[in-house]
Design a protein around this ligand. Structure first.
Ligand code: ADP
Length: 279
């Protein structure tokens, strides 16, 4: 508000002028915060793996030189480990770049709404997520899926929302047999469908639930797990473009419940095939 007073406000526009300026400043602050977050992520999540990739690629090159007859080079075992680090670093950078692209696409891609089976989409995500070959089967939480209605949504973008939420529920649930994830939905009186994803994981500390939807924001207890803080910002953009709302709260049994709304089959026509909405 102090900034509003410091800027000249068109007196003819009166109250509406003040509102417009205020909106402009809020938007500028949001962009500035976003850029700061972006710079931090680039510095940490791209620069660190890139340094690793360069250092280990060099080591591998030296080992190969040794194979060709050079002296004092690292052993083949060191070269093998170095190659694994190179692949790991490259994977981290690839994931971050994909998330940054998804983040932009979530705002700019044309919304192609169609009537679709939420059940088929959720099942597909769950199978893909729980069939990951590089994890111990016993370490994964069980996922229970309740009856799910049809919805009107963009299948590609909605898949991203569900994939991010299910992926987080798995990632933030420590390994153990008691852990389970429940995915349920119900059609509300106004025809909207409310989808809930409840986990029994590490939970989000009190007072931090709303902030996890901000871009690059990570909860204070979650930083031991790899992540960028972009997934939930992507989810919020996509859900809001469908005219819905997403929030998070504590699961009374421990863990977190994410809940979001989508147009049901009767309401879908209103959100059909809209262009991009800049937020
Ligand atoms: P990322 O997981 O890449 O950090 P997200 O935007 O998906 O980014 O999530 C933001 C933050 O919200 C996470 O860093 C984590 O602290 C918290 N969070 C998200 N999902 C869960 C969950 N299911 N349980 C506990 N914390 C979560």
């Amino acid at each position: 508000v102090i900034s509003v007073a410091a800027r000249p406000i068109d007196t003819v526009a009166g109250r509406h002028g003040a509102v417009a300026v205020f909106h402009d400043i809020t938007e500028r602050k949001r962009v500035e915060t976003e850029l700061r977050g972006f710079a931090g992520v680039v510095a940490h999540d791209l620069k660190a793996p890139l340094t690793l990739v360069s250092a280990y690629a060099e080591l591998v090159a030296e080992a190969l030189a040794d194979l060709a007859g050079g002296a004092g080079a690292p052993t083949l075992e060191q070269a093998r480990r170095g190659t694994a680090k190179v692949l790991h670093g490259a994977g981290r950078m690839q994931r971050l770049i994909n998330e940054l692209l998804d983040y932009t696409a979530a705002r700019d891609a044309t919304l192609r709404v169609e009537r679709l089976s939420l059940r088929a989409l959720v099942d597909d995500v769950v199978v893909t997520r729980t069939d990951a070959p590089d994890e111990e089967p016993d370490a994964r939480p069980d996922v229970f899926v309740g009856p799910l209605p049809e919805v009107c949504a963009d299948p590609v973008l909605l898949r991203q929302v569900i994939d991010n939420l299910v992926g987080n529920a798995i990632k933030y649930t420590p390994p153990g047999r008691a852990a389970r994830i429940d995915i349920t939905a119900r059609t509300e009186e106004d025809g909207e469908v409310r989808v809930r994803i409840a986990d029994r994981g590490i939970g989000i500390p009190d007072g931090e639930h709303a902030a996890v939807f901000d871009s690059f924001h990570r909860a204070s207890n979650g930083t031991a797990h790899p992540g960028t803080g972009l997934g939930l910002a992507i989810c919020r953009r996509i859900v809001e473009r469908h005219g819905g709302h997403i929030d998070a709260g504590p699961n009374p049994g421990g863990g977190t419940i994410f809940s979001f709304t989508l147009p049901g089959v009767a309401a879908g026509i209103r959100t059909e095939n809209r262009g991009s909405s800049k937020d």
